[in-house]
Design a protein around this ligand. Structure first.
Ligand SMILES: O=P(O)(O)OC[C@H]1O[C@H](OP(=O)(O)OP(=O)(O)O)[C@H](O)[C@@H]1O
Ligand code: HPA
Length: 177
């Protein structure tokens, strides 16, 4: 039995996940023709998604990482979003695409959009693999969306529970959470 099977069930399998990531990459490629794009990968959760997506984007692409944390190990947000690592360059004049694994309450993304817009980029758009609309506390625009999910705590493909399960190649659901 694999290490996760007792606690985690498959929610979106690897094949479906990769097919959708490929479609999103093609859509982004079409929409940003003629432009230079900057991915803002929101750590840690979006790391796996962002790196797969980048391979499907056929454009000149700069990759920046921005670390934020608000769940701090549990299944409920603390409501306080903290930047743990900032991007390495000024963002003024750049076309930014913020890459997230999940928009749950929306608090992280709404904080990030306000923060990034204050840096005077040419544009800011949002790409999130998952959206959990039933838990939204604030409305955030999602320009590119992978899947809409129900109110379940998901793990895998970057998403964690107490730092575990990020390395699963599929989206799983925690049994009993
Ligand atoms: O819409 P929200 O309710 O704000 O939740 C979404 C955020 O929560 C998770 O990050 P977390 O704070 O757990 O940090 P991590 O990515 O390092 O796991 C996830 O990666 C998003 O960034
Ligand atoms: O469902 C989730 N799983 C893991 N991390 C999260 N951060 C917000 N929602 C989730």
């Amino acid at each position: 039995m694999a290490f996760y099977e007792q606690d985690v069930g498959v929610h979106i399998d690897e094949k479906k996940l990769q097919a959708r990531v490929r479609e999103l990459g093609a859509q982004i490629t079409r929409d940003y023709q003629g432009k230079e794009l900057t991915f803002i990968c929101v750590l840690k959760g979006s790391a796996f998604f962002a790196m797969d997506l980048a391979r499907y984007v056929d454009l000149p692409l700069t990759i920046e990482f921005l670390g934020v944390s608000s769940y701090q190990g549990g299944t409920e947000t603390t409501g306080e979003v903290r930047i743990t690592t900032d991007v390495s360059k000024p963002m003024a004049g750049k076309h930014l695409l913020v890459i997230e694994d999940i928009i749950d309450t929306g608090l992280t993304m709404s904080f990030l959009l306000e923060n990034l817009k204050a840096r005077h980029p040419a544009s800011v758009k949002v790409c999130s693999l998952l959206e959990k609309p039933s838990r939204a506390r604030t409305q955030v625009p999602i320009d590119y969306k992978g899947f809409v999910i129900d109110d379940v705590f998901v793990v895998g493909y970057g998403l964690d529970y107490a730092e575990r399960y990020r390395n699963l190649p599929f989206i799983g659901v925690m049994k009993g959470k």
